[in-house]
Design a protein around this ligand. Structure first.
Ligand SMILES: Cc1cc2nc3c(=O)[nH]c(=O)nc-3n(C[C@H](O)[C@H](O)[C@H](O)COP(=O)(O)OP(=O)(O)OC[C@H]3O[C@@H](n4cnc5c(N)ncnc54)[C@H](O)[C@@H]3O)c2cc1C
Length: 371
C-alpha cells in the first residue's frame, strides 16, 4: 500500500512514537510540537513497572505492553536508542509485619516477577526493617534524551519534517485539509492530535482528558542503589550520586509550575525511606493526560474521518506509547479493522455528545471551520 501524508500535532511520547511507526511503514510525516516546558514527556521520571499498588496487581495488558516496549528498542531501523532504556528492579520496603505477610502470598502468586527480601537490605542507605519486595521486569527510560535522539534519527534517516511551532485551531482548514502557519502551507491526508493534556484544538468535540499535575526533584546523595526504591515516593538512580524523586499527583492546581508545597511533600516522603542526607538540585512540574477510566484515547473523529486522536496515557506513558502507537499505526494503514471499544475515543462520544452551542446548526459550524 502506498504511504500517506500525515500531520501530527504534538511531539511527546505519543506523537514521536507514532511518527516513528508511520515513517517506518512508508508514510510521510510532518510534526508540529511547540516546546512547552511542562509537557508530561519533558518531565516524566520514565519509570515502568508492570506490578503496582499495595496488592501487587498486574497492570492492564501488563505482558503485552511490557514486550511492546522492549520490542520497540530492538527495531533495527531505530538503532542507537537502547542506551536510554535502563532495566532494573523496583524495591518496595515493607512498612510493617502485615505488609510482610501480604508479600509472602503475592510472591508465591507471581513467581519470577516478585521476589521477597525477608531481611533488610542496604540498611546504611534505606529504612527497611521488615525487608521488602523486589519487583523484576521494571526499569526506566531517560525520556527527554530518548525523544531528542528519536527525533534526530527520524529527521536524518526518514525525512521527518519537524517544526517547533504551536498550531492554533484557526491555522487548520478542514475543507482543504491544509494547515497555514507563519506564511507556509502544509497539506495532509490524515491529521493526528497528540497534544497530551493541553486544550485540544477545536474539532466540534472536546475529549475529556483530565490534567493531573506531577512534581519531581533531582537530588544528590552519597549512596548507590542497584534498584529503583519505591515507597511514598520513588527514588530512581539517574547517574553517579544523582536520583530522580517523584512524584506528586495533583488533580486541582492553579499553576503548571513547581511549588514549595510540592517540594515539601516530596521531601517528607523521601525522609521516610532514605537515611542519608541529600541536596535538592532541581525541581520540575509537568501535566499528565489522564482519563476517567484509565484507558488511553485512540481513534477517529465521528464527523471528520481524516482527523484522529492519540493521547490519555496518564501515569503510564512509557508502557503504553510503544504498544498503542503500533495499534494506531496499523489501524490508520487499514491493516487493523477497528480500534477496541475499551480505548476507542468513541466511548466518550456517546456519553458526552458534540459540544455545540445552543441552537447551533452542525452543518454551518462545519462550514465555518472549513473556511
Ligand atoms: C512529573 C511526571 C512524572 C511522570 N512519570 C512517569 C513515569 O515514571 N512513568 C510513566 O510511564 N509515565 C510518567 N509520567 C506520564 C508520562 O509522562 C505521560 O503519560 C506521557 O509523557 C504523555 O505523553 P503525550 O505525548 O501524550 O503528552 P505530552 O508529553 O504532554 O506531549 C504533548 C506535546 O504536544 C505539544 N502540543 C500540544 N498542543 C500543541 C499545539 N497546539 N501545537 C503544537 N504542539 C502542541 C506539547 O507542547 C507537548 O510537547 C509522568 C508525568 C509527569 C508529569
Amino acid at each position: 500500500m502506498q504511504g500517506k501524508q500525515y500531520i501530527l500535532i504534538g511531539g511527546g511520547l505519543a506523537g514521536m512514537m507514532l511518527a516513528a511507526r508511520l515513517l517506518l511503514t512508508g508514510n510521510s510525516v510532518t510534526l508540529f510540537d511547540y516546546p512547552n516546558p511542562n509537557s508530561a514527556s519533558r518531565r516524566a521520571a520514565g519509570m515502568f513497572n508492570i506490578i503496582t499498588g499495595r496488592n501487587y496487581v498486574k497492570t492492564w495488558k501488563a505482558e503485552t505492553l511490557r514486550s511492546a516496549l522492549t520490542d520497540f528498542f530492538e527495531l533495527p531501523e531505530l538503532e542507537g536508542l537502547k542506551k536510554h532504556l535502563s532495566l532494573m528492579p523496583v524495591y518496595k520496603p515493607f512498612k510493617n509485619i502485615e505488609e510482610y505477610n501480604h508479600g509472602l502470598g503475592a510472591g508465591a502468586r507471581n513467581e519470577g516477577i516478585l521476589v521477597m527480601n525477608e531481611a533488610p537490605v542496604m540498611e546504611e542507605y534505606i529504612h527497611n526493617p521488615f525487608g521488602g519486595m523486589r519487583v523484576n521486569q521494571c526499569g526506566w527510560l531517560d525520556t527527554p534524551a530518548f525523544l531528542e535522539d528519536l527525533r534526530e534519527i527520524l529527521e536524518s534517516r526518514f525525512s521527518l519534517a519537524y517544526y517547533p511551532w504551536k498550531i492554533e485551531t484557526e491555522c487548520i482548514n478542514m475543507n482543504e485539509k491544509k494547515i497555514r502557519i507563519h506564511g507556509e502551507t502544509f497539506g495532509f491526508e490524515e491529521l493526528v492530535l497528540c497534544q497530551g493534556a493541553e486544550k485540544q484544538l477545536r474539532t466540534l468535540w472536546e475529549l475529556p482528558v483530565i490534567p493531573c499535575k506531577g512534581q519531581t526533584m533531582m537530588i544528590e546523595a552519597a549512596m548507590e542503589l542497584p534498584f529503583i526504591l519505591s515507597g511514598g515516593v520513588y527514588i530512581l538512580p539517574a547517574g553517579p550520586s544523582r536520583f530522580t524523586v517523584g512524584a506528586t499527583y495533583e488533580w486541582e492546581f492553579t499553576s503548571p509550575h513547581p511549588t514549595p508545597e510540592g517540594r515539601e511533600s516530596l521531601c517528607t516522603e523521601l525522609q521516610k525511606i532514605i537515611r542519608v542526607p541529600y541536596t535538592v538540585i532541581s525541581h520540575f512540574a509537568g501535566i499528565r493526560p489522564t482519563t476517567h477510566d484509565r484507558r488511553p484515547l485512540l481513534g477517529t473523529h465521528p464527523v471528520f474521518p481524516f482527523l484522529h486522536v492519540f493521547s490519555g496515557f496518564g501515569t503510564k506513558g512509557i508502557l503504553m506509547a510503544p504498544y498503542f502507537s503500533g495499534v494506531l499505526s496499523e489501524y490508520l494503514s487499514g491493516k487493523k479493522g477497528k480500534i477496541e471499544k475499551e480505548y476507542d475515543i468513541l466511548r466518550y462520544y456517546r456519553k458526552e455528545k458534540l459540544a455545540l452551542p445552543q441552537g447551533a446548526d452542525m452543518r454551518s459550524i462545519i462550514r465555518k471551520m472549513s473556511e
